[in-house]
Design a protein around this ligand. Sequence first.
Ligand code: NAD
Ligand code: TYD
Length: 338
Amino acid sequence: MKILITGGAGFIGSHFTRYWLQKYPKDSITILDLLDYAGNKDILDEFKKHRNVTVIKGDICNKKLVQTVTKNCDTLFHLAAQTHVDRSIHSSDPFIQTNIVGTQNLLESSRINHVKKFVYISTDEVYGSIQNGKFVETDSLHPSSPYSASKAGGDLLCLAYWHTYKFPVIITRCCNNFGPHQFPEKVIPVFITHLLEGKKIPLYGNGKNVREWIYVLDHCRAIDLVFQKGKLGEIYNIGSGTELNNLDLAKLILKNLDFPTRFIQQVTDRPGHDLRYALNSSKLRKLGFQPKHTFTEYMHETIRWYKENTAWWKQIKDTSPYKKYFKKQYPGLTRILR
Ligand code: NAD
Ligand code: TYD
């Protein structure tokens, strides 16, 4: 099979590429990634050495490029996106461009070039917040941030291409991922790397916001299963069932790294902060999915990975675009230093 993976230099995309290479060594893979701030050049260099992988550095919004790349693939996994809620609050333009315009560009070229299956990797955040119960796939969408609204735009375009053209799409909506190589702007790597630097950790608001957490490899396994067994034109929630509020998450990481709770610093809350995400994943379970990686064990593994790979995240944290973002995001930074 000829596979196209967009966003293969990112956190989930790189895990997914490695997963696929291992499981289906006969397939050929093309990665299309802009190498934006969250894209990892070293990972792309690693993939470049693989004889079954072609790496293309480029923008999913580039019509000509996307037309050429989709000519030569039969399956597309679309993971490229602008992904961080806080950044989308500071500036939503790149989110609309990549997550909506870029997705439409991929859909249109894939349709013209008769791509056989287009898997769109979406998020639980498109449903919005839920105080009690869990979202099912038929629930309406109430995204609250520019990030989630732009992802919802992508979902709706995929569904429109199915309804209008019978273009073969499948949508997955996953909960929060964690694992090695996650960019240190998302909460788990922010907490871990701050502590490893001896800094306090910034907890938004009262810390009562709840997220459902899945280990990144379980997400990759679920995408594969949905690709193999899912029905065209359908949506599949991908959840682990493990819910945790941010305060408990902070305490767990502190305990793991042997820091006292005074290292938690409550900071100004995120505007429009969703209280809770939770997915009903029975539809996926019916396809035979069970998460394999338990939260506690793999959080421990993840923390170990960040401890052993300080060069990776220090290099990111020491570069100026990150420093600039960070100053804007955590204006009280000097106060939260140890
Ligand atoms: P990430 O930010 O780590 O990686 C995104 C990748 O997309 C980067 O390599 C970046 O260079 C690339 N990219 C950005 N704009 C591009 C463009 N215009 N053209 C080509 N490439 C571009 O993100 P992630 O956490 O790996 O998320 C991957 C996908 O999974 C996203 O679609 C996201 O919405 C979805 N998702 C993520 C989570 C999560 O918890 N991280 C949960 C559910 C769904
Ligand atoms: P994040 O990793 O940004 O994922 P998302 O908002 O897409 O779920 O944040 C996860 C939770 O952690 C969210 O409730 C916001 C909170 N959070 C903090 O408390 N401190 C932080 O520094 C960050 C980045 C997030």
